[in-house]
Design a protein around this ligand. Sequence first.
Ligand code: CLF
Ligand code: SF4
Length: 302
Amino acid sequence: TETTLDEKIKERIAKHPCYSEEAHHHYARMHVAVAPACNIQCNYCNRKYDCANESRPGVVSELLTPEEAAHKVLVIAGKIPQMTVLGIAGPGDPLANPEKTFRTFDLIADKAPDIKLCLSTNGLMLPDHVDRIKELNVDHVTITINMVDPEVGTKIYPWVHYRRKRYRGVEGVKILHERQMEGLQALREADILCKVNSVMIPGINDEHLVEVDKVIRQHGAFLHNIMPLISAPEHGTHFGLTGQRGPTPKELKALQDNCSGNMKMMRHCRQCRADAVGLLGEDRSQEFTKEKFLEMAPEYNL
Ligand code: CLF
Ligand code: SF4
């Protein structure tokens, strides 16, 4: 029955601070930055900094090897008992670095099986990896979807690098769009909870995101997280060469209100760094820099 389905989903998200509004008061997440490469270009991205699709632009996270990352996770899980989720969200695209991403998940699943694994991707390579994601018991996957209309997409993505070839303009955008839809579908079939992030870019995709919301809902997305473009020239993050501004909080809220049909709208996102540690909005990453955590012994006990 529907009630038991609801109950089951509630249980799956109960300790995930992003998927459950309530959980974010009590449970913490950490990110490990193991994935440097990316396979597309977003106009709002400056490659010197963390991926802007699931993180805070203008921040440079410390890159770790999978082994260092696993060590860090065991150290932190031992020190912060509310730590329930490990996410990989950058600094590039996790699935443009599949060996590093999956090696990290493997190590953690083996040593800390009660830590929930979470992944965020632009979706280009997602269809190739859904089986592996399911095998590893990764129950939460985020895809950043900024458009469902390639014409809008050409204003956001100048190129896409797919299977050893670079596609410019609408050709590349169409590949990205098809792969994102395919990935969404595959997640639904594998019964993996999918959150969609969209970056709201005034004048480019702001009105179009209502359509995006509708389409992803039809495809079974669980949660929609519309994030404001953070455009800060002083951080070297700007949208193309146009000096595009980000939305005001009022514009963001109006769009979120406009979208919230049946699907849940995430409104408590704090746009984390790719090496974030702690409750959402609390940043303890500086307590666990590489220099520091490598000196600490993992205290996490099974
Ligand atoms: Fe990290 Fe993202 Fe997983 Fe959460 S963050 S990979 S789903 S564990 Fe959360 Fe941070 Fe917002 Fe992301 S507040 S930026 S939505
Ligand atoms: Fe940058 Fe992330 Fe876009 Fe890649 S997916 S170009 S890292 S914002």
